[in-house]
Design a binder for this molecule. Structure first.
Ligand SMILES: Cc1ncc(COP(=O)(O)O)c(C=O)c1O
Length: 385
């Protein structure tokens, strides 16, 4: 049993994210896809890699997709394609996973931590403006913004892109959690200059190991990214024309992704049905997530807010009822040891601090059936009494 699995009354585990259920649904199709690669032997950049890139591009309606080794490398490659350099500042939300800011520091550029919105947990446009002022005050050159589509919900791109245009900044969308979601009728992948995602197994579209992808409509950026992904390779394989990385997606992971992409739209529908049901059953006692009218979410997490409550006590009660929960994120990045020295926008980041103390994520995956969800809801209601 994984550490995210606890037993329910009937002895069946309640998983926080039930990858086993998806595995059972895919069955032989996954086995066959993996074995095809094992048998043809093109383990690096085999035909499945080009095939998944084509299918991912078709899925979200973007011109170029470059698969890569993981979502962190995807961000790093995107920054390299934007010619990131020391002395530049990049605006990033503080309430996110470390990778969003980590990649900026890789290049001796400076992440400037920005606050998020109370209702969506996504980067706050006014705080971006404050962060740009902070950068200039520190003698740094604001170069770009990395909005994160937290928990599967796209950020507010209209406002973000307007600020970027006004200040001549690039926008790299960190869509590690949101591939498959939409903003104003457009799929994630098409919203900024470059979009990155992660295929970490627990992500809405995950593989069986590490994986990631980069999306762009710009031909030049795509050509540079392709070269960067393979050590800065030029048109002659042995003449490297820039400093790059080894960041390819394994062929076996591409084969796994192809099978999973085939059922992804159906899984997104299930995630939305389950999220709506959580909302209907819990909104009278707890603050449930808000999805703006023009957006859809892929519900990488279903995260409630427990303002004024003892979160640890509630989580402990749920654990005692065999309901797994998680806290994303207990510490915003500007409070974490490795990132404390980096600047913050304006006068502190009160929303990020507050959210870190209040959020609790409940089990969420496309295979959460009604009886199991009812049991979770009942336990949450009991724990809150
Ligand atoms: C917002 C965000 N950015 C980047 C990443 C990095 O992705 P990976 O783990 O594939 O490197 C993650 C993964 O959890 C993430 O949640």
């Amino acid at each position: 049993m994984s550490d995210t699995a606890l037993r329910d009354d009937a002895g069946a585990p309640i998983e926080f994210i039930d990858l086993g259920a998806q595995r059972r649904r895919l069955g032989r199709r996954i086995d066959d896809a993996i074995l095809r690669v094992v048998d043809h032997g093109k383990y690096i950049m085999g035909p499945e890699v080009a095939a998944i890139e084509k299918d991912l591009a078709g899925f979200c309606g973007v011109k170029h997709v470059l698969s890569c080794a993981n979502g962190t490398d995807a961000l790093g490659l995107a920054l390299m394609a934007q010619s990131i350099e020391p002395g530049q500042a990049v605006l990033v939300p503080s309430f996110t996973f470390a990778a969003t800011a980590e990649v900026v520091a890789w290049f001796d550029a400076v992440p400037i931590f920005v606050d998020v919105l109370e209702d969506t947990f996504n980067i706050e446009p006014a705080s971006i403006e404050a962060g740009i002022a902070t950068a200039k005050h520190l003698g740094l050159i604001p170069a770009g913004i990395i909005p994160v589509d937290l928990f599967g919900l796209p950020a507010n791109y209209d406002e973000i892109l307007a600020i970027a245009a006004a200040h001549r900044l690039w926008v790299i969308c960190d869509a590690a959690q949101s591939f498959g979601a939409c903003y104003k009728g457009c799929r994630v992948g098409t919203l900024g200059d470059i979009t990155t995602t992660s295929f970490f197994p627990a992500k809405p579209l995950g593989c069986y190991g590490d994986g990631g992808a980069i999306f762009t409509d710009h031909d030049d950026a795509a050509a540079v990214l392709k070269s960067l992904r393979a050590h800065g390779q030029g048109s002659d394989k042995y003449d490297n024309v820039r400093i790059g990385m080894n960041a390819r997606l394994d062929t076996i992971q591409a084969a796994v992704l192809s099978e999973k992409l085939a059922i992804f739209a159906d899984e997104i529908e299930a995630r939305n049905r389950i999220a709506a049901r959580y909302g209907a059953l819990l909104s009278d006692i707890v603050e449930v997530p808000n999805v703006p009218a023009a957006s859809t979410s892929v519900w990488a997490q279903y995260t409630v807010r427990l303002a004024g409550r003892e979160r640890d006590t509630i989580a402990a009660k749920l654990k005692a009822s065999d309901i797994p929960t998680a806290v994303y994120y207990a510490k915003p990045l500007h409070q974490q040891t490795a990132y404390r020295a980096y600047p913050t926008a304006g006068n502190g980041l009160p929303v990020s601090d507050r959210l870190a103390a209040e959020v609790l994520s409940l089990p969420m995956h496309p295979y959460l059936d009604n009886p199991t969800q009812d049991r979770i809801v009942e336990a949450v209601r009991e724990a809150l009494q």
